[in-house]
Design a protein around this ligand. Structure first.
Ligand code: AOS
Ligand code: ZN
Ligand code: ZN
Ligand code: ZN
Length: 430
């Protein structure tokens, strides 16, 4: 048996913080009541909110310069599942994980499904990987995958995506996320129109293999690893592809995949409008696809995105059912700590958006009262919803203070003993 944090430790830690939380929660409840908001309604929504953890996120990432692994890193997908389960145990916000293939491929997918079930973890979207070559792979993706000039390479990449769907079906997943590194580094390297033809041809084959109750998430990205043009560069291209493919295709928004200063919440609003918002890869960034912890750089941007989501939910936007996932790379922090904190920050943005007086906001907008509209929105953002988040965790059996409880448990030290570094794997820690 490997080490799991005992529920008794969570209870003990919670007991120490319970009185302060009850005090803060009732004070916040009174404050919200004065603003015409019901704290219980917000707490219930936060309890029901979930964000998936990426299996590749529980190991230390790295930059293109170096990777500095920490102690007790997961050696493979079974260890990753254990860490994902721990994140959920403490936060109660991450009941599913999003696996990546072939990084998480095992001989017996049934065993993977069983292990996850035993740990109380489900599977969110499965991710395909045609942006790097695997040992023994017949054809290289150096010059592209689903849009490679060679049909044989495209076929190989299509077959991999179809295999991902087959694995995902055994895991109980209902979506495939496709992100490709395809594009060009130099003008003249490829024909911008032709590569899109190939993308559509390849995606049509993958789409045809989707089970009826599945969705395919198309993830766009402005640049990197291709630095002149990427084939699916922006939400416009993504939407063109999704609409051409059919009703099971949706556009995924990774917060780090846009031009600087672009208005991401407006993109979200537009995609909701046409019923094509797949969901998110949450993370934060200052320069590009930095993959920093969600809410660590620009929490107001995250809040603005959630403002659109709450607006859409409250007006009952048709087909609105976004998948929430984290997509981060942890280079200088303990990945479990970063992922717990990020899940909480995503919840925080949601709770803040729920703390906006939407009726008053609509009136201010109607009256063109710019200052009041601005203030009403900001009032949600500046509300310290921490007691709501802590109370939601407590009610679910999680930790009032996940970071403190995690550190008190000594989980990482225990894992360092159980997972000797020498047994490292090519587990997709990129
Ligand atoms: C790459 O930039 C994308 O964000 C993808 O979602 C990718 O599959 C993921 O980051 C794992 O490397
Ligand atoms: Zn992503
Ligand atoms: Zn990315
Ligand atoms: Zn990213």
């Amino acid at each position: 048996m490997t080490y799991r944090i005992p529920d008794s430790l969570i209870a003990e830690q919670n007991a120490a913080g319970a009185a302060a939380l009850a005090d803060d929660y009732s004070a916040l409840g009174r404050q919200l009541e004065r603003r015409g908001l019901d704290i219980e309604a917000i707490t219930t929504k936060v309890v029901d909110f979930a964000v998936a953890v990426p299996t590749w996120g529980v190991g230390t990432g790295g930059t293109r310069f170096a990777r500095f692994p920490g102690p007790g890193e997961p050696r493979g997908v079974f260890d990753k599942l254990e860490d994902c389960a721990t994140i959920h145990q403490l936060t109660r916000a991450t009941p599913t994980c999003s696996p990546h293939f072939p990084w998480d491929k095992v001989r017996d997918t049934g065993e993977l499904a069983e292990r996850a079930k035993a740990l109380g973890i489900g599977f969110d979207a499965v991710n395909s990987n045609t942006f790097q070559d695997q040992p023994g792979q017949p054809l290289s993706y150096k010059f592209g995958s689903l849009t490679h000039a060679s049909k044989a390479v495209r076929d190989q990449a299509v077959a991999h995506n179809i295999e991902c769907i087959a694995i995902g079906e055994k895991l109980g997943s209902k979506a495939l996320t496709v992100w490709i590194g395809d594009g060009s580094n130099f003008p003249g390297q490829s024909n911008l129109n032709r590569v899109f033809d190939w993308y559509m041809e390849s995606l049509a084959q993958i789409y045809a293999s989707l089970p009826r109750d599945w969705r395919v998430f198309l993830e766009h990205k402005l640049n990197e690893p291709a630095f002149y043009s990427t084939v699916i560069a922006d939400w416009g291209t993504s939407l063109m592809a999704a609409e051409a493919l059919g009703p099971q295709a949706f556009c995924l928004v990774d917060l780090g995949h846009h031009a600087p200063n672009v208005n991401i919440e407006q993109i979200v609003s537009r995609l909701i409008r046409v019923g094509r918002l797949a969901g998110f890869h949450f993370n934060d960034s200052k320069y590009g696809d930095d993959d920093l912890d969600a809410g660590s750089i620009d929490p107001f941007r995250l809040f603005r995105v959630f403002n659109e989501l709450v607006d859409a939910a409250e007006r009952g936007a048709p087909g609105f059912d976004p998948a929430y996932m984290l997509d981060q790379s942890h280079n200088v922090t303990d990945p479990i700590e970063s992922l717990m904190d990020s899940a909480i920050e995503v919840q925080r943005a949601y709770a803040q958006a729920l703390a906006v007086d939407r009726a008053a906001l609509a009136d201010a907008q109607e009256a063109s009262d710019v200052m009041l509209g601005r203030r009403l929105l900001k009032a949600g953002f500046v509300t310290d919803v921490s007691p709501i988040l802590a109370e939601a965790r407590r009610r679910g059996g999680g930790a009032i203070d996940p970071l403190a409880t995690y550190r008190a448990s000594g989980y990482r030290t225990r894992k360092a003993e159980e997972r000797p570094a020498a047994a490292g794997s090519s587990s997709g820690i990129v």
